[in-house]
Design a binder for this molecule. Structure first.
Ligand code: HPA
Length: 237
């Protein structure tokens, strides 16, 4: 497909090899302004802000995914397949269903279960198990240790539904799933299909076992910056 694509308008070389991907375009802007030197806005189609700059001398990009698997499916597909991006690190938020995972803690999503139909496009005789790149998982865990942040490595549930009518996301606890977010599984599928690397790390924003422990806006921001630093440190050039 020729570039620019319908959703990203810049030259191939405008993106670095690693793209950090928050859901929210304003977070993309925040990351670029807070952490990147010489950040340049490379995409603004639909307000999905993408920037490329330098973190401690290392060339890195950051671009928002929007919410949900269809949205991250589009952006990750185009970045991997048309813009020559090698790795995407999602930096998101999730709800936790584990008592030892509290607001501000970090989840390193080694695997992503889902209720999405996204992988049916591959025409497989069974269910694909979407997983992160092992090197990125290991690097993220090592970086969390180094920074002394509380983190867990495991499965997440990538849901297509935020407001459920019948099912409870908490049922996924039975199989040791750590928490719920809405993008990782599609990202991992696209990385696998393109032969590229992906990782999702999430800051716990909602403690679903006791909603009274949820975070205020300031704590969310602080936790988010820690997660950002983990992602920026492990980004490969
Ligand atoms: N559900 C789905 N996605 C989320 C949640 C949640 O409770 N919290 C943060 N992302």
């Amino acid at each position: 497909m020729p570039i620019p694509t319908a959703h990203i308008a810049c030259k191939k070389e405008d993106f670095a090899k690693t793209v950090l991907m928050p859901g929210d375009p304003l977070r993309s802007k925040f990351i670029a302004e807070t952490y990147l030197d010489d950040a340049v806005l490379v995409n603004d189609i639909r307000g999905v802000q993408g920037y490329t700059g330098y973190y401690k001398g290392k060339r890195v990009s950051v671009m928002a995914s929007g919410m949900g698997q269809p949205s991250i499916g589009i952006y990750s597909y185009e970045l991997f397949n048309f813009y020559d991006v090698s790795s995407i690190i999602r930096v998101g938020s999730c709800g936790s269903f584990q008592p030892d995972l509290k607001p501000c803690d970090i989840v390193v999503a080694m695997g992503a279960c889902t209720n999405s139909n996204f992988a049916s496009q591959f025409g497989l005789n069974g269910n694909f198990a979407p997983i992160a790149d092992f090197g990125l998982v290991r690097a993220a865990a090592d970086q969390c240790e180094k920074m002394g942040v509380n983190y867990r490595v495991g499965n997440v549930f990538s849901s297509d539904i935020f407001y459920n009518d019948v099912y409870s996301d908490l049922d996924w606890r039975k199989l040791g799933v750590l928490g719920v977010e809405m993008e990782a599984a599609a990202l991992y599928c696209n990385a696998a299909r393109a032969g590229k690397k992906a990782l999702c790390i999430c800051s716990v924003s909602d403690y679903l076992l006791d909603m009274s422990q949820n975070m205020d806006a300031d704590s969310r921001r602080t936790a988010f910056t820690k997660m950002m630093e983990v992602a920026l440190e492990i980004a490969e050039e």
